[in-house]
Design a binder for this molecule. Structure first.
Ligand code: GLU
Ligand code: ZN
Length: 278
């Protein structure tokens, strides 16, 4: 078994991160497998080296050790462009220059309440024709969207987490109706969360993806991309988001729950495990 913890260095680690990291670590160790660390720093405006240093320090303090070198997504940009280049050559992605406003206007025009996809409004397809690759045209630096009507395929994935345990079917009909033409490259990034995570999990040989339940809905996109690239489909384990004493889900970005704060108040790693129930 190979698991990973894949934080974005855009703020302090909080209790929710500690839960994800400890779970992935303990699952790998219990199975005699490997636990990897990946730094998801493609958002260059928000990722900061000091957050990366702080999160590694927090992980070591928690007693977690990772195997092999750390993978940084900022070092993988050529691999992402390469994959996009292949999709571009096959006519599976197109250039999109719509603003959020353009999408809102086009999507809500005929009917009341435009349908929602995983990244906000379902994309109405405005640029599908005019943004399509022309012969000899280089991969543009614009946002790039996936032709879901061409890319979606009949597939499934195995979920082992407590909330959605079992096998989940992914069908072209649902992908087209509920997910639509997702963005695979953002203009200022040259990639996207969905593309990077799929290529990196395969590159690192991750066999069991553990992460928060807030990412469960994105899994059908990831599995579709894995099929498209001919990559293995890992198993998934989405864990519940941890809750505070009142049973409220803890926000991902709640700095009041930063591990650093617990540490400065004298908490031990055992106290943290007790707090999050691991
Ligand atoms: N980087 C993501 C986060 O910080 C996790 C991505 C994943 O586990 O797929 O929430
Ligand atoms: Zn567009």
């Amino acid at each position: 078994m190979i698991t990973r913890f894949a934080p974005s260095p855009t703020g302090p680690l909080h209790l929710g991160h500690a839960y994800a990291a400890i779970l992935a670590h303990d699952m790998a160790r219990a199975a005699g497998g490997r636990f990897l660390l990946r730094i998801e720093d493609i958002d260059r405006a928000r990722a900061k080296p000091q957050w990366e240093a702080q999160l590694m320090d927090d992980l070591r303090w928690l007693g977690l050790t990772w195997d092999g070198p750390v993978l940084r997504q900022s070092d993988r940009l050529p691999a992402y462009r390469d994959a996009l280049e292949r999709l571009w050559q096959s006519g599976l992605i197109y250039s999109c220059t719509c603003s959020r406003r353009d999408i809102e206007q086009a999507a809500s025009a005929p009917q009341e309440g435009a349908p929602l996809g995983p990244d906000g409004l379902l994309y109405p397809g405005t640029c599908r024709e005019k943004g399509a690759p022309r012969p000899g045209q280089k991969l543009p630096e614009t946002a790039l969207r996936l032709r879901m009507d061409l890319a979606a395929t009949e597939t499934s994935f195995e979920e082992t987490g407590p909330l959605h345990r079992g096998r989940h079917a992914v069908t072209p009909e649902t992908m087209i109706r509920e997910i639509g033409d997702v963005v695979l490259a953002r203009r200022e990034m040259g990639t996207s969360y969905h593309l990077a995570v799929v290529l990196d999990d395969a590159h690192q040989g991750v066999t069991h993806v553990t992460r928060g339940a807030d990412l469960f809905e994105a899994t059908c996109i990831h599995v579709t991309l894995q099929c498209l690239f001919g990559l293995p489909v890992p198993r998934y384990h989405h864990h519940d988001l941890i809750r505070d004493a009142a049973g409220k889900r803890l926000a991902k970005r709640d700095d009041a729950r930063a591990l650093a704060k617990y540490r400065s108040e004298g908490a031990s790693p055992e106290d943290i495990r007790r707090l999050i129930g691991l």
